[in-house]
Ligand binder design. Structure first.
Ligand SMILES: N[C@@H](CCC(=O)N[C@@H](CS)C(=O)NCC(=O)O)C(=O)O
Length: 214
């Protein structure tokens, strides 16, 4: 299998966490280098990462669809509980991530690349980010993992995004994401010690350092 991925991308990061957890043999490719963005759009019209090319040549886009596919195809190391209620609890976190947690953070990114965004716009988005993080803090389990005793797709989804928030939010005048959120802060310690997430956070860190260097 081949996965189109950027090292810094939080969406690609959540799929790399799942792939590393499951010990899968996947070739990771940056589509800006190979096959190049123009050709990549012929394979994946949105041009976004991640996308997974299966061994049969099917292209699967959208990070959560990819992770659910990996879970269906390689269930030996499960990242979803076996019962319907447990699955729903994990999926409510992954969906909350995609629909609510990521978008207001992402809306601020153009400012990092020199785009002149209105101060009030940034302030509103940062307020939304912090409100959503408060809601996440209120809804997660007491641990050790976000949805309870087992590491799941919920942890895979949230960790790479919180890496970006931890490193980038202060640029927008926000407090750090773990400040005043004890459950998330304790979880973050565990995330940094776990092999799959430690690896992905390291990959994101190297890519961020390279980007900042210019
Ligand atoms: N809903 C998509 C979002 C993917 C996404 O926004 N990827 C970003 C990187 S984090 C991207 O490829 N941006 C480049 C672009 O939009 O051209 C998913 O879950 O996979």
């Amino acid at each position: 299998m081949k996965m189109y991925s950027y090292q810094l991308s939080n969406f690609a990061g959540k799929c790399r966490v799942a792939a590393y957890e499951k010990g899968l043999n996947i070739e990771f490719v940056d589509p800006r280098e190979n096959p190049g963005q123009k050709e990549y759009k012929k394979i994946n019209p949105t041009g976004k990462v991640p996308a997974l090319e299966t061994d049969d040549g099917q292209l699967i886009a959208e990070s959560e669809v990819i992770n659910e596919y990996l879970e269906d195809k390689f269930p030996e190391t499960p990242l979803l509980p076996s019962d319907a209620e447990g699955k729903a609890a994990v999926r409510s976190i992954t969906r909350y991530h995609d629909l609510y947690i990521d978008p207001p953070m992402r809306a601020c990114f153009p400012k990092l690349f020199g785009q002149d965004l209105d101060d009030q716009f940034i302030a509103d988005k940062i307020a939304e980010v912090n409100n959503n993080l408060d809601q996440l803090e209120a809804s997660i389990s007491d641990g050790p993992w976000l949805a309870g005793a087992a590491f799941t797709l919920a942890d895979a989804a949230i960790a790479p995004t919180l890496f970006l928030m931890d490193n980038l939010l202060p640029n927008f005048g926000s407090k750090k994401p773990f400040e005043g959120r004890p459950k998330l802060a304790a979880w973050w310690q565990r995330i940094q010690a776990r092999e799959s997430t430690k690896t992905v956070l390291g990959e994101q860190g190297a890519a961020l350092a390279a980007m900042m260097k210019g």
